[in-house]
Design a protein around this ligand. Structure first.
Ligand SMILES: C[S@@+](CC[C@H](N)C(=O)[O-])C[C@H]1O[C@@H](n2cnc3c(N)ncnc32)[C@H](O)[C@@H]1O
Length: 245
């Protein structure tokens, strides 16, 4: 019975992730959904900036703290190994939905591309960014990354194998294609408002810091020389850049 509950819980977490991921595309792209990054302004000036920075900080803290091995080791004792990743995904998705819900648009235009062909091209590049994000998750192990492997293995009383270290496909070009995809998706917009610029700048800065000082530190600890060699050969986030580290 407990295994069945964990299975349902993990499936719900994955569903919430799918909703938040699809909503993120429409939110950042400013189309289709009722509330986007450039919706009607509710508050202005400093209060909007403070609210938005607070929302992004909640996400950053949740996303970074819960991903650390020490936190995971402690948290697994409480929640159980099978449900750990699903819980992480669920809380990450809820933190994202909170951003979308409470985001304070600041609609001063920073740039606007008038030429419709160029605007479509920029929009297309942003869509490519989202596609890179999604495809890269499958290159690592989509179902393990989102906790599905763990809940199904638990249901079938099998031991889950952790995802293997990937150095092929897009991981041959950069070490963090998922993050590169996000950066492309956030920056390529035909209409850049101050609110969108704040969102793109803060998230990009967070990505760079989290990847360099948290994720890679953990990966070096776990994988040792194999990861150090990978760092020497493949650039972190900027494709074809000479300095890998
Ligand atoms: C959200 S994913 C992001 C992966 C990577 N930073 C990226 O942008 O493509 C985070 C998880 O991927 C794992 N990871 C990072 N690089 C990996 C690789 N080359 N192969 C397999 N797993 C990786 C990390 O250990 C972490 O559990």
């Amino acid at each position: 019975m407990k295994k069945f509950i964990v299975l349902i819980y993990g499936l719900i977490a994955y569903l919430v992730f799918l909703i938040s991921f699809l909503y993120a595309i429409a939110f950042v792209g400013d189309f289709l959904v009722p509330k986007t990054i450039n919706s009607e302004t509710e508050s202005t000036g400093l209060s909007a900036i403070i609210i938005n920075l607070s929302l992004l900080s909640i996400f950053a803290i949740q996303h970074s703290v819960m991903a650390r091995p020490a936190f995971k080791a402690w948290w697994i004792k409480i929640i159980g190994k099978a449900a750990e990743r699903s819980t992480y995904i669920l809380l990450t998705s809820l933190a994202l939905l909170l951003i979308f819900w409470k985001w304070q648009p600041i609609n001063t235009v920073v740039w606007e591309v008038g030429n419709s062909t160029l605007a479509m091209l920029i929009f297309g590049i942003s869509a490519l960014g989202w596609l890179i994000v999604l495809l890269s998750t499958f290159m690592i192990s989509h179902f393990e990354l989102f906790g599905l492997t763990q809940i199904f293995d638990n249901f079938k009383s099998r031991t889950s194998k952790s995802a293997t270290f990937q150095t092929n496909f897009l991981y041959k070009i950069v070490r963090h294609p998922i993050m590169l995809g996000f950066i492309i998706a956030f920056w390529f917009t035909p209409v850049m408002t101050l609110g969108h610029l704040l969102f793109a700048s803060v998230t990009s800065l967070y990505i760079l810091i989290a990847v360099k000082y948290l994720e890679e530190k953990d990966l070096r600890k776990t994988l040792g020389k194999a990861y150090e060699d990978y760092q020497q050969k493949v650039p972190m986030i900027l494709p074809f850049s000479k300095i890998a580290k």
